[in-house]
Every structure is written in C-alpha cells, then in structure tokens.
Design a protein around this ligand. Sequence first.
Ligand code: PRP
Ligand code: MN
Ligand code: MG
Length: 179
Amino acid sequence: ANDIKVKELKPVFTPEQIAARIQELAAEINAEYGDEPMVAVCVLKGGFMFFSDLVRFLHNKNLELDFVRLSSYGKGSSSSKHVIFSKDVEIDICGKHVLIVEDIVDSGHSMRFLLGQFAARKARSLRLAALVDKDERREVDVKVDFAGFKLNQGFIVGYGLDYAEHYRMLPGVFEVIPE
Ligand code: PRP
Ligand code: MN
Ligand code: MG
C-alpha cells in the first residue's frame, strides 16, 4: 500500500473552507466549556495542524494543552489493530474536561484506545473533535462530538494527514489519485 505512485492530488477541502469550519467548531466548543478546567489533547502526528489552528480560537481561561502519540500494529487488517501510547500526556487530567483533537477518525481503533485510557483517569468529561469523520468506515463504535467534515471515501492527505509521512505540511486537504 505504501508503494503506490501518486498521479495527482485533488483538492477536497481548501484552506479557506477549513478556516471557516474551525471558527464554527471553536464557537461550539467555547459555548460548551466556558472557563471550566480543561485540557485539549493533540493526537500526534496527524492532529498537529488542526490542533494549532483550533486552540488559538478557544477562549477558556483555564485551558491547558498536551500531546499524545499513538502507535498501532496490524494496520490495514484493522479489526485486529492493536494500539499503544508511544507518548502519553504529561498533565494530570483528573477532574478536568478533556477534549481530544484528531485529524481523522476512520476505523475508530485509535480513538477507542485513547478514550478508554482517559476514561479510567476520572476526567470531568471526555469529548472528541476531529477535522474529518469517516463515520461509515467505523469498525468500533466511536462518536465524534465536534466533527469538521464528514467524508466516506478517498485516501486524503494534507493539513497534518500523511501518506508515508509525506504531504503533512500542505495547507489544504487533498485526495490522492494513484497512477
Ligand atoms: C492516522 C490518523 C488517525 C488514525 C485514524 O494516524 O491520524 O490518528 O490514523 O485511524 P483509525 O480511526 O482507523 O484508528 P496514524 O496512525 O497514521 O499516525 P499519524 O497521525 O502519526 O500519521
Ligand atoms: Mn494520527
Ligand atoms: Mg498517518
């Protein structure tokens, strides 16, 4: 799968569309949490650009930021996908609202793992924001509370999303069209 040649990158979401949608999501999130103690957690690497663009519009005076990185094995044959932390948060989330910020939720295995881990730590609430929700591809039941866009097909890159570590820096989201 990692050896296909890319023929073309077809625009899916422009930087302007993403920026406009982030404003709407930030307004929803600001209304939801006020100034209650809150931790926004970026899921590296894919979440980095969405996270950095989203948090600058969050007004919560008691907002802390932290980062996790997940590793998964058995990707592709995803029903057996096994996920572990390669980096955990450093902040204690007990008693605080937690908002996980992801680039994309696809099969749901990554987020099922992370939500399960955080649920055991007595967060005051636990919600998930994702720029792209591929909800028809879910293999496990994971709900995105703040979804930027829904999309059900196409391999997408850009705005944090990679293909074999390439294209993460692109300011928009593109579909990979293979040769
Ligand atoms: C990708 C993506 C999500 C996850 C979604 O991350 O960024 O985190 O997969 O897939 P799932 O819903 O099927 O679990 P990846 O493991 O490629 O790591 P990366 O963010 O470092 O690219
Ligand atoms: Mn990821
Ligand atoms: Mg990836």
